[in-house]
Design a protein around this ligand. Structure first.
Ligand SMILES: Cc1ncc(COP(=O)(O)O)c(C=O)c1O
Length: 423
């Protein structure tokens, strides 16, 4: 299907009309077990994952619905192969535990999805893996962190939740010159807006739960890369670690993927309108959106992304109290975690809480993060509703005053003290 454009691949790649019934949508294969086509050493080798497209035997190893999704994702990312997993975090752990051994060194973005940072900072060192967390948008920091045993550079761009942008092409050159591989978590852009493989990345990761599914009703994850590398991840990181995706989720995600290109266009349009509105709002201190000229990495985002995405983050002049009031007053936005859905979602990160959850951060890292986020950051996933309705909703909520907004910050300080004492 190489000759087709992205929009066509998003609908057709990996799916053929059913050869038996002619159905134009791939049937959902919920079977966990498949009758084998015979008995023999060759088949046994293939089942042991010595082939990158093993015969269907057991769904944790492969399944027709999962394979259709894998083939579509590989086509959309412009690489040879993909492996899908039960969640984005299962994809991250499958990648890391396949390629990193005790004694290896990993350089990773110091701020990225909290689950990933916690895995890097809290758990990898337990297995003898050395980890340097750096600001990957600063190439000097990355170069200085390199060691003879650096095996992988792991970058999330745009980074959750602070929307830092890292230069994929430059990082790929740094990684390859020192014999390391570059992995990019591209969840916040998705394949419609950013193509890390074309910029030199070896592996691309996605939480399929976000934009790729787009409807907020299925968890999933994926790693995309060379056929050989994906074969290793399938065997070591999926079959042995066990985070297999449900075929039902794969089927839903395939359905969601068909509209990804046009959904992303609308997410980008709405986010730009909301970001511009927030930038002029009297209750807002600072707005981060890669599409705004004021974003520190706007020029880089223009170079490496074909659109600026649906995520907008901002800080409030009224701090935590204003965030509590806003959360109470929103009617169109849901105050909720996650992102990339048709519904608009919004969540507040108090900086102290975020930093305290990461005991491995150095004082310099804490300072760098605080400079960006102030005392807290609102993360807004701008959905597909009418932009005017979203703006009105935010405006009403930002201007409101509530009793809880006044006493909330005090209650929060007390809670924090009690928690600290309980530890
Ligand atoms: C950038 C990024 N990567 C990975 C994940 C983890 O994905 P999942 O929740 O599907 O495990 C998330 C979740 O928010 C994310 O934002």
């Amino acid at each position: 299907m190489d000759e087709f454009d992205f929009e066509t691949l998003a609908i057709h790649a990996g799916e053929e009309p059913d050869p038996v019934t002619g159905a134009t949508r791939l049937p959902l294969h919920m079977a966990t077990t498949f009758k084998l086509p015979g008995f023999g050493i060759k088949l046994f080798d293939a089942l042991m994952m010595d082939s990158d497209r093993p015969p269907f035997a057991y769904t944790r190893w492969g399944n027709p619905t999962l394979r259709a999704l894998e083939d579509r994702l590989a086509a959309l990312e412009g690489n040879e192969a993909a492996v899908v997993t039960a969640s984005g975090m299962a994809a991250v752990s499958a990648l890391l535990f396949t390629f990193l051994n005790s004694g290896d060194h990993l350089i990773a973005s110091e701020v990225c999805y909290a689950g990933s940072v916690e895995l890097f900072g809290l758990h990898l060192p337990r297995f003898g893996i050395q980890v340097s967390l750096v600001d990957t948008s600063d190439l000097e920091q990355v170069k200085q962190a390199l060691r003879p045993n650096t095996k992988m550079i792991y970058v999330e761009t745009p980074a959750n939740p602070i929307l830092r942008i890292s230069d994929i092409a430059a990082l790929s050159a740094i990684a390859h010159e020192s014999g390391a591989i570059l992995a990019v978590d591209s969840t916040w852009a998705g394949p419609a807006l950013q193509q890390p493989v074309a910029l030199g990345a070896d592996y691309v990761l996605h939480s399929l739960t976000k934009y790729i599914n787009g409807h907020g009703d299925a968890l999933g994850g994926a790693v995309i890369g060379s056929a050989k590398g994906i074969q290793r991840i399938r065997k070591e990181g999926l079959v042995h670690l066990g985070g297999a995706l449900s075929p039902f989720n794969a089927w839903l995600i395939l359905r969601g993927l068909m509209t990804l290109p046009m959904r992303m266009e609308k997410h980008c349009q709405n986010a730009m309108e909301v970001a511009r509105f927030l930038e002029g709002h009297p209750k807002v201190r600072r707005v981060f959106y890669p599409g705004l000229e004021s974003h520190p990495h706007h020029e880089l985002a223009k170079q490496q992304m074909s659109g600026f995405g649906g995520m907008v983050t901002f800080t409030l002049k009224g701090g935590l109290g204003a965030a509590i009031t806003m959360a109470e007053k929103l009617r169109v936005f849901s105050y909720a975690t996650s992102l990339g859905h048709a519904h608009s979602l919004l969540f507040y990160y108090p900086t102290d809480l975020y930093i305290d959850a990461m005991p491995f951060y150095t004082p310099e890292q804490k300072q760098r993060i605080r400079e960006w986020t102030g005392d807290g950051l609102v993360r807004a996933s701008i959905g597909l509703e009418n932009a005017g309705d979203l703006i009105d909703d935010l405006d009403r909520a930002l201007r409101a005053r509530t009793f809880r907004g006044l006493v909330g910050p005090l209650a929060y300080q007390v809670m924090k003290k009690v928690n600290k004492n309980a530890q």
